[in-house]
Ligand binder design. Structure first.
Ligand SMILES: *Cc1c(COP(=O)(O)O)cnc(C)c1O
Length: 448
């Protein structure tokens, strides 16, 4: 295995709460050397009294250095889709290889493998097919304008994956090993699928973990499979006319306190698709998920949601997004990065150097009524959704209780000034055009 250029995590990433607090706790509680691992939240089905005495030898950890590679025969490599190939829109195309690693309570993590992309083999009784013992991540591999392949703050994704997996009784693992595996897959397929002469393109990275126990009992899984694939995803950030959101109705919500809305687990998504399908059928792009009788604004589809408005009393401009403390929204890495950049570049008068008025930044629960009132009083400035897939997408309309709220889309009618600034800054970092933050948030993939 060729050496990989992995930039060590920076101080900023090490001290962020998605990383240290949760991760160390999660690792301690869920490392495969504990058999069975203790859950973060004890459940009724958790067996008791079966924990092995601590004298038993520790089970193998996930270890990227043990990776065994079997490459696809050059004659079997798939054709790389042209940029205008309509198949790009289907989201069905994966690259040539995948990585897998199996885990069990008795053997710990086995040596990971890199193999040609292909179907998995599972028993019909596999736990994930019945009890949604599945979690995933969503990241992108960017072909920079400087020719380099980059990931964006991938340490945070790997840490979040650990949070998600331990929330649903899947095994723990060292996030740094997951990152090494992701980098290896990116280095293997990145060059062919993101040719250097086509900068500004990306692939979507989908690390996934599933419980594979062939046992129908409702219990903590004793076998799991981690896999990583790379897929072709069309850009979704330039919806013509802006993103149109349909606010969820009182009879449905995405997440609730004490639930698992903060984890990227499959169980959050399947049940949301009826509402999403209805929104699409009615000409909207996504559901704006509200929570509770007050209509607290949580997320837009599988993206975080931001609004910029003028505060009623002070007349000051505010950037507002829901807070993480009730655990009903996902701790998005794009959300986090928008907030970081806003605090750094727009929170004081220094923002005048960007031709933008300073913003007050607020992470707090806010309601649909507040948005409606701001719109009515001409205080609503702009709104956008943020996430890896949608990137930073301007919102132009929200329908709530049968009424349309028009959201301003800036002077050019394409997007507001703040949306444009966040998008531009992040893009610069992701595609290697900004070194100030780029060196810290971008992780360069070593070409093989
Ligand atoms: C993935 C996801 C997001 C966005 O998170 P990023 O890390 O920014 O990609 C937001 N909300 C939900 C529900 C998600 O699944």
């Amino acid at each position: 295995m060729a050496p990989m250029a992995v930039t060590p995590p920076t101080e900023v990433e090490k001290t962020s709460d998605l990383t240290l607090n949760g991760i160390q706790a999660a690792l301690k509680k869920a490392a495969p050397s504990q058999n069975p691992p203790t859950t973060l939240t004890p459940s009724l089905t958790q067996p008791t009294g079966t924990t092995k005495p601590s004298s038993s030898p520790p089970l193998p950890e996930l270890d990227a250095s043990l990776l065994q590679c079997t490459y696809a025969d050059p004659s079997q490599l798939k054709p790389v889709l042209a940029l205008d190939d309509p198949e790009r829109q289907t989201q069905r195309v994966s690259t040539d290889h995948m990585i897998q690693a199996a885990w069990s309570t008795t053997k710990g993590w086995s040596a990971p493998t890199l193999t040609p992309y292909g179907p998995l083999s599972l028993m019909p009784s596999a736990s994930c097919l019945h009890y949604a013992t599945e979690c995933f991540e969503g990241m992108k591999l960017y072909r920079g304008f400087d020719g380099k392949l980059r990931l964006f703050r991938p340490t945070l994704n790997c840490n979040r994956m650990l949070m998600s997996s331990t929330r649903i009784a899947l095994p723990g693992f060292p996030p740094a090993e997951l990152l090494k595996l992701i980098l290896k897959l990116c280095a293997t397929d990145g060059n062919r699928w993101l040719p250097p002469h086509q900068p500004g393109q990306f692939l979507y990275i989908r690390p996934t973990m599933i419980a594979t126990d062939a046992a129908i009992g409702v219990q903590r899984p004793s076998e799991a499979l981690l896999f990583i694939i790379l897929t072709v995803l069309p850009p979704m950030d330039s919806v013509p006319g802006g993103v149109k959101l349909l606010a969820s109705e009182d009879d449905m919500c995405r997440a609730w306190p004490g639930g698992f809305g903060y984890a990227k687990v499959g169980a959050n998504y399947g049940p949301s698709l009826v509402a999403q399908g209805e929104a699409r059928a009615r000409g909207f792009d996504q559901i704006l998920w509200l929570f509770g009788p007050e209509g607290v604004v949580t997320e837009a589809g599988a993206s975080n949601f931001f609004v910029v408005w003028k505060e009623k009393e002070t007349g000051k401009l505010q950037l507002v997004t829901n807070s993480l403390d009730r655990q009903i929204i996902l701790d998005g890495i794009t959300r986090r990065s928008v907030l970081d950049l806003a605090r750094e570049r727009l929170a004081s008068t220094s923002s005048s150097s960007f031709n933008l008025e300073p913003l007050e930044i607020q992470e707090r629960p806010f309601t649909m009524s507040e948005i409606a009132l701001a719109a009515e009083e001409n205080r609503l400035v702009e709104a956008f959704a943020s996430g890896t897939a949608w990137f930073v997408a301007p919102v132009s309309k929200i329908q709530w209780k049968g009424k349309d709220i028009e959201v301003p889309m800036g002077e050019d009618g394409v997007m507001g000034g703040y949306t444009k600034a966040f998008k531009g800054w992040l893009r610069g970092i992701m595609y290697g055009e900004e070194s100030e933050r780029g060196n810290e948030w971008g992780v360069v993939v070593g070409d093989e």
